[in-house]
Structures are given as C-alpha cells and as structure tokens.
Write a protein that binds this ligand. Structure first.
Ligand SMILES: [Zn+2]
Length: 236
C-alpha cells in the first residue's frame, strides 16, 4: 500500500502479519526494508506488490534492520529472487551461522541461513537516482541493528526496525511509545541508551516507519523525546 512518495508498505498488521516490511520504488528498481518472517508473509508481500503495480520490477537491494527472525527470516527468498542483502557485519554473521540471536526458539522454526551480499556500516550511503538511503548504526536491540534514512525529493523518512513501538494514544491524545524488546541474547542496555540519545540529533523527519505497528507522521522530535523518557523509566 502506498504510504508516501515512492514508499509502499507490503506487510504488517493491516495485512495480517506480525512485522512490517517496506518497498521503495526507485528509478533503478525496487529496494526493500526488512524481509519478514515466513513464506506465508512472503506470499502476502508479493500479492501486495502486484496490487501496487510493482510486480515485474527488478529487485535490487534488501536492507535488513536486524537479524531477528521476524525481520530477517525471509532473506533467503529475496536472495533467491536476485535481491542483494545488505546487513551489518554482526547481524550478517548471525544470519550466516544460525546463531541463537536469530531467536529460532521463540519462533519455533529453523532459520534458513544466508550470507549477506553487502556489509553495511554507519554512514554508508546508497544512491538510487530519485531515492538516497543512509545507514545509521543503532545498536542495542541487537549488536548490529541499523535504521535506514531515506531521502526522497525533499522528504526524510526513517525506517527504524525494532527501536520502539507506538502504542495507542491515551484518551487525551498523548503519544505512548515503548522502547524495543530487550530480551535478545545480545541486547545491550548502554548501547540502546546511546542509540536513543542519537535519535535526538536527527533533523526533523516527515515519516517514521517502524518494524511493527503503525507508521508515524507527527513531530519526530516529540516522539523521540517521549521515547527517551519512556526508556529512562524502564531502564534502571
Ligand atoms: Zn527485533
């Protein structure tokens, strides 16, 4: 479903799946953010691509925000179809070795291993003509978690994976935001705290697109302030 100029959401709650995946329709071809979890989710994504009239376009790159099963599980399917997988060294190694940080136990199935085609790090930029992407290292949730900043014309969109989830607003329309799950074997509280602080340094964003739940079109600064406050309350 088109959610912004050149930006499509291809799975998530509104399609009956747990995690969100996104597709950018660039001049060079299709670029994806996160792979989703199961073959069922992959089918849903492909059907949505058809409805969005994106079927048949070349699959270029897939950026995986982190290696947890619900975001990285379908990487092998994308790779099989010709997409180049872009991941950090840390989380890419996990996807290649079948490490416990993939959370196979939690998802009760075997992770199909794969090796990333492109190792990305903080500040790496990718130019697709009408879309420019920058990788931001945001570790904490996992060792190699990234966000992806997209610049499309004069708009800035941040794909944030599991840095946080938005909860329904209070009856008084107050934003409720929760820091990402902290149960991963490689979760690091200090890195998470530094990452949340780093979000405050970003320029104002036009859209924030997380890995679960709803996208956010409001004031990004307010969201990040609420997130830091929530994290302070949560993390002793
Ligand atoms: Zn996660």
């Amino acid at each position: 479903m088109r959610i912004g100029e050149k930006i499509y959401q291809t799975s998530g709650l509104m399609f009956g799946t747990n995690s969100n995946t996104y597709c950018l329709n660039t001049r060079e071809g299709l670029v994806f953010i996160d792979a989703g979890f199961s073959e069922k989710q992959y089918r849903i994504m492909r059907e949505q691509q058809k409805r969005d009239r994106l079927a048949g376009k070349e699959l270029l790159d897939l950026f995986i925000t982190h290696c947890h099963f619900d975001h990285a599980g379908n990487g092998w399917l994308f790779q099989q179809e010709g997409a180049k997988i872009c991941m950090t060294k840390e989380d890419g190694e996990a996807a290649g070795t079948g490490s416990c940080v993939l959370l196979e136990n939690l998802f009760e199935r075997k992770f199909r291993r794969y090796r990333p085609d492109c190792i990305v790090k903080d500040g790496d930029a990718f130019d697709y003509g009408n879309v420019r992407l920058t990788v931001l290292a945001h570790p904490g949730h996992t060792k190699g978690t990234i966000s992806v900043l997209a610049e499309i014309k004069n708009k800035k969109v941040l794909f944030t994976g599991d840095l946080f989830t938005l909860r329904p607003c209070t009856p008084m329309d107050e934003l409720q935001v929760e820091p990402g799950w902290n149960g991963s074997p490689d979760y690091d509280k200090d890195k998470e705290t530094a990452t949340l602080q780093r979000l405050m340094e970003l320029p104002p964003l036009d859209m924030i697109a997380p890995g679960h739940g709803s996208i956010y079109l409001g004031d990004s600064r307010k969201l990040f302030e609420a997130l830091c406050d929530a994290a302070e309350r949560k993390l002793p």
